[in-house]
Each structure stands twice: as structure tokens, then as C-alpha cells.
Design a protein around this ligand. Structure first.
Ligand SMILES: N[C@@H](CCC(=O)N[C@@H](CS)C(=O)NCC(=O)O)C(=O)O
Length: 236
């Protein structure tokens, strides 16, 4: 099996500031499969989004499709092989919450919120000369704003967006409780997803208003530290 993970360029301390890319790489680390990362623009992927996995010659865009593909290959060694129907349902609901809701809050705070945008522009476009930096950054920012309004969350006030994101974090903290991982003492595929997003909120150099809110949940902070030590020990 030759695996190449196509993702955005690394911009800081975290392996990737895209939560979906970090999810895919965290999964690969959890299962211990060898892979190489390839820095690529999103148009290289058939969906126009990253991450994308190339397994031999086969292109697999979408982090969930990547996880499903590798879980199928791993068979009895798959991370979720022994899960009950209830645990699978819990994973599904956690995943939907972070990918379809919490993600949009983080996106809004990074790209649209004035303070977040200053940091995002520097992190993502800082290596481009100032003229084109403002042009390219502005164009992508307008697309993100359009997407976020289309989703619906960006139609609300900043306070409401923060409130809803805080509800997601509170729910994640309550579900995790005193456990080491979301489904118990050992990590499963949902932990790759959870760390992709929580790591991007808590551990990224790109801080937003959500970073301090998440930092008040001590079990989420400890969880990120645990995941980082387990999956990316070179960062600790
Ligand atoms: N459902 C996809 C979502 C991937 C996604 O939204 N990636 C974003 C970066 S976090 C992207 O590539 N955006 C580029 C664009 O929309 O042009 C997955 O799970 O991989």
C-alpha cells in the first residue's frame, strides 16, 4: 500500500490548520500506516477540497471517505471494528456536530471576524508579497463568506455564533467526561475527527475567540495533549 496524503501547506506548529486534513493525518497516525504528505492546492482534488488520499493510483477525496477506505482495508484491525451499534451512532453524531456545525463557527472566526482574519491572512498568505496577498486573500475570504452565509451560521451575530460554538464544546466536554478517548480507554476513528477540530481550536498558532473558550474545558485541553502525544509525539 503506497499512501500519499494531499493537504494544504503547513503554516504553524500543528501538522495542518485545516481540521479535515488534520483529521485524515491523525487517523493515519492512529492506525500506524506509513504515508507521505504532499502539499497541494485544493483544485488538485476531484471535489475541489482537501484532504485527498492517493492509494497507489486511486484518488480518494474527503476525509470521511479516506477513513472509510482505510478502515475497509484494515478489516479486523480497523479502529472501529469492535464498536457496538450505539457507539457507532455516538460517533456519527459527534462527527456531524463538529464537521457540520463547529467547523463553520471556526471558519467564521478565522476568516470573517476582523481579529481572526488578521491572523489568518498572515498565516495563510504571509509569504505572498503585500499587493497580491490582499487580492488573493480578499477573493478567498469573499468565497468563504458566501459559503458561510449559504450554510446559515454566518447570518447570525458574532455573539450568537460564539454561543452556538460554546454549546458544541460543552456537549463534547460532557460526552468525553473522565474518559481518555471519546468512546473509552482506547482511540477510535471518531478521535481522529475530534482531534482534527479540537486540535485546530486549541493547539493551532491561529488563535481565535474560540481558543480561550475551549481552554476553559480542562478535559478537552487534556484530551488534545493526550492525542498530540500519541499521534504527533514530535510536536510535544
Ligand atoms: N467533507 C470534506 C470537507 C473538506 C473541506 O471542507 N476542506 C476545506 C479546507 S478545511 C477545503 O479544501 N476548502 C477549499 C475550498 O472550499 O475551496 C472532508 O471531509 O474532507
Amino acid at each position: 500500500m503506497s499512501l500519499q496524503l494531499y493537504q494544504f501547506p503547513r503554516t504553524g506548529r500543528l501538522p495542518n490548520d485545516s481540521p479535515f486534513c488534520l483529521k485524515a493525518e491523525t487517523y493515519l497516525r492512529l492506525v500506524g500506516l506509513p504515508y507521505e504528505t504532499v502539499t497541494a492546492p485544493p483544485f488538485k482534488s476531484p471535489t475541489g477540497k482537501l484532504p485527498m488520499l492517493v492509494d497507489e493510483r486511486r484518488k480518494i477525496p474527503d476525509s470521511s471517505a479516506i477513513v472509510a477506505h482505510l478502515e475497509a482495508q484494515l478489516g479486523p484491525r480497523a479502529l472501529d471494528a469492535g464498536l457496538s451499534a450505539t457507539q457507532r451512532a455516538q460517533s456519527h453524531l459527534i462527527q456531524r456536530t463538529v464537521e457540520e456545525h463547529l467547523y463553520w463557527s471556526l471558519l467564521w472566526l478565522r476568516w470573517i471576524d476582523t481579529a481572526g482574519w488578521r491572523a489568518t491572512r498572515t498565516a495563510f498568505f504571509g509569504s505572498i508579497p503585500p499587493g497580491p496577498r490582499h487580492l488573493i486573500g480578499g477573493l478567498i475570504r469573499r468565497k468563504v463568506a458566501r459559503d458561510a452565509r449559504g450554510h446559515g451560521l454566518a447570518l447570525h451575530s458574532r455573539a450568537e455564533i460564539l454561543h452556538r460554538a460554546t454549546q458544541d464544546l460543552a456537549a463534547l466536554s460532557a460526552l468525553l467526561g473522565e474518559q481518555d478517548y471519546f468512546l473509552g480507554a482506547e482511540p477510535h476513528a471518531i478521535d481522529a475527527t475530534a482531534y482534527g477540530f479540537l486540535g485546530n481550536i486549541l493547539d493551532s498558532d491561529l488563535r481565535t475567540a474560540l481558543t480561550d473558550i475551549a481552554a476553559s474545558y480542562s478535559n478537552l485541553v487534556a484530551y488534545c495533549r493526550r492525542m498530540q502525544r500519541r499521534c504527533f509525539p514530535e510536536l510535544s
